[in-house]
Structure formats: structure tokens, C-alpha cells
Write a protein that binds this ligand. Structure first.
Ligand SMILES: Nc1nc2c(ncn2[C@@H]2O[C@H](COP(=O)(O)OP(=O)(O)OP(=O)(O)O)[C@@H](O)[C@H]2O)c(=O)[nH]1
Ligand SMILES: [Mg+2]
Length: 338
């Protein structure tokens, strides 16, 4: 199950108490204090894991605590520290600290690398044992400290997948077919709308040195920003991309309008996304007969404003026609300096 949002509570483990003890040995009368300090409570630590792609681990279990530390012991033995609790999250997870009422206070981190980690809630310090309180005037202190409680935080986890290229299009345009042909991904493909219900990433291999990651998301329709269809909730997964591919079925009516609708839905979601580099990919050219194919493609291209005409490319995700050219053009854009 793909989960891209979770709210959890984290708490560091409690520190161990300091120990009150005195050295008691044969022939050593009045042995001094030897109560050790309590150990430190375990931290709650988040760590990025490239093998994960969902926050499912945080859908049901919501509370995570570091382990309690052991108390100090006689003979100046410090208690064992509590074990840390490790929370693994997929790359692209943003973590916000929340007030108790659920409003955001601050962004704590944005985990984008494998093994990247930060402490979310520190474990409590151990209390000092009585040997720490011995002074020249009080050589038999009975004072000890209690271990401190760990930090406690309410957190929001938001996953925004990390990909280089995002696929945007109406349902049925062939987005999943395309990603399954050019990458390692195998999403469900079917001849009905909203086949794709959750985002999917695929790795596209250009050559030995060059790869890029492409994201397939559920289809967008007019009014998606108002919640129509599956809404625009999935657009966050293409927010971090560098290039967008607007995929449009070449046999559909009013292609320019379709492109404008898609652009507008993106614009209403985020102006930043609206400014992203893009290609307009006309798909399903295998459905056009050979004698009209080229003229139709040229005619459609001409209908686009001059400045974006050069961004139009036509392909067939099913037969593979022009897919190498598409991959190369994407790669060229990715290599451009911003
Ligand atoms: N003839 C032809 N059919 C295609 C092509 N690409 C996709 N299709 C068909 O179009 C239908 C929809 O394909 P999908 O890849 O599921 O479309 P999608 O854009 O992912 O759709 P949603 O997940 O609903 O948004 C399927 O029946 C595909 O076989 C193409 O290049 N040529
Ligand atoms: Mg799909």
C-alpha cells in the first residue's frame, strides 16, 4: 500500500536513576560513596532507506519511544544506555514538528539520501549517583538524581518521491504504458480511466553511465484542483522533478485545449511546477495510418504557440516508435544547466 502521509509521536527513552551506595568491604571501614550514574535513555532516530517507497510503517503504529536506560549501580557502575529506536523512511520524506493542535511549528528535516539520519527525540540524561556528590565536608552523601525523561514530539511525515522526470496526462493517455516500456517499472495498464491509483517510479537506463528516474502518477482531469477525479494530491510526487512530460493521446479531440487544462491544473497547484521544463508527448501515433501520420503531427504542432512547438514529440508507447528519441531529449534537458 502506498502511503505518503503520517502523523506520529516520538519520545526519547528515560534516563536511568543515579544509585546511592557505599563501599562495604572487610577491613575498609567507612568506605566512601560509590553509587554510579544512570545511563542515557535511547534516542529516536530517523534514517533514509533507498529500498522503501512508502510510509506504510507509520500508518498503524503511531508511537515510537527510545528504550529506557538502566539505573546506576554500586562500585561506580554507570547504567547501560537505552537502545535507540530507528525509524526507516523512504528518500524524499519531509518531517515537520507539530504543536499538540496539529499546526506545524518547524521543518526538522528532508531526508533525501540513503543512510542520512537525524535524531528526532533525544533520550533523557541519566541521573548522577551519590559518589558524584561527595565533597570534603560531606563524604557520605545520600543525594542522587533521577534520570530525566526523554524529549517528546508530535511529528508529521510527508513523502514527496524523488524523480528526475514526471509524467502528467489525462487518464488513459498511456503514461503507465510508457513508463513500463522505457523503464524497469511494471505498473498496471488497462483500457479504462484511473487505472493508476498510486505513484510509481521507474529507472530509465540511457547507457552505462546515464540513468534517470521517471515517476508515473494517476491521471489528471479538468477540475482536479477542486478534487475531481483523484484530485491533485499526487502532484506532490512530481514537485521535485526537473522535467515534465505532458502525455496526450494524439487521437483525442482538441489537443491544445487538453494541454492547457493540464498546465492550468499544475499552475493552480504550484506556480513553481508550472515553470518546470517540459516536453509535450503525443502518444499512440500507431493508431494513425501511415499516409496521414506525418501531416497530422505537423498540423498539431503548428497549432501550438511558436515558442513551445519545439517541445512537441510524437511517440507510440506500444510499438516503441520514437522512444529512443524521447529518452535522449529528456536526457539532454536533464544535462542542461538551469
Ligand atoms: N494503440 C496504442 N494504445 C496505447 C498506447 N499507449 C497506451 N495505450 C493503451 O491505452 C490504454 C491506457 O493505457 P495506460 O498506460 O493504462 O494509461 P494511463 O495514462 O496510465 O491511464 P491512467 O492510469 O488511468 O491515468 C491501454 O489500453 C493501453 O494499451 C499506444 O502508444 N498506442
Ligand atoms: Mg496509469
Amino acid at each position: 500500500m502506498f502511503i505518503d502521509y503520517a502523523r506520529i509521536k516520538v519520545k526519547g527513552g528515560k534516563g536511568g536513576n543515579g544509585c546511592c551506595s557505599f563501599r562495604r568491604e572487610k577491613f575498609v571501614p567507612f568506605g566512601g560513596p560509590n553509587g554510579g550514574d544512570g545511563g542515557k535513555g535511547g534516542d529516536v532516530i530517523v534514517i533514509g532507506d533507498k529500498n522503501l517507497n512508502t510510509l506504510l510503517n507509520y500508518k498503524y503504529k503511531k508511537h515510537f519511544s527510545g528504550c529506557k536506560a538502566n539505573h546506576g549501580q554500586g562500585s561506580n557502575k554507570t547504567g547501560h544506555s537505552g537502545r535507540d529506536t530507528i525509524l526507516k523512511v523512504p528518500l524524499g520524506t519531509e518531517i515537520f514538528e507539530l504543536n499538540q493542535d496539529g499546526t506545524r511549528i518547524v521543518k526538522l528535516t528532508d531526508i533525501s539520501n540513503h543512510d542520512e539520519k537525524i535524531v528526532l527525540a533525544k533520550g533523557g540524561k541519566g541521573g548522577r549517583g551519590n559518589s558524584a556528590f561527595a565533597t570534603p565536608t560531606n563524604q557520605t552523601p545520600r543525594k542522587v538524581e533521577e534520570g530525566l525523561s526523554g524529549e517528546e514530539k508530535y511529528l508529521e511525515l510527508v513523502l514527496k518521491l524523488i524523480a528526475d522526470v514526471g509524467l502528467v496526462g489525462f487518464p488513459n493517455a498511456g503514461k503507465s504504458t510508457l513508463i513500463s516500456h522505457i523503464s524497469s517499472a511494471h505498473p498496471k495498464i488497462a483500457d479504462y480511466e484511473f487505472t493508476t491509483l498510486e505513484p510509481c517510479l521507474g529507472v530509465v537506463q540511457i547507457d552505462i553511465k546515464n540513468i534517470f528516474i521517471i515517476a508515473d502518477i494517476p491521471g489528471i482531469i479538468e477540475g482536479a484542483h477542486l478534487g475531481k477525479g483523484l484530485g491533485i494530491q499526487f502532484l506532490k510526487h512530481i514537485e521535485r522533478t526537473k522535467v515534465l512530460l505532458f502525455l496526450i493521446d494524439i487521437t483525442s479531440k482538441n489537443i491544445i485545449k487538453k494541454f492547457e487544462i493540464l498546465k492550468n491544473e499544475l499552475h493552480l497547484y504550484s506556480q513553481d511546477l508550472d515553470r518546470r521544463k517540459f516536453l509535450i508527448v503525443l502518444n499512440k501515433i500507431d493508431l494513425l495510418s501511415d499516409n496521414v501520420k506525418q501531416t497530422k503531427i505537423e498540423k498539431i504542432k503548428k497549432n501550438f504557440p511558436k515558442d513551445i512547438r519545439k517541445n512537441v514529440i510524437s511517440i507510440s508507447a506500444v510499438t516503441g516508435e520514437n522512444l529512443s528519441e524521447l529518452k535522449n531529449r529528456v536526457q539532454q534537458i536533464l544535462q542542461q544547466r538551469d
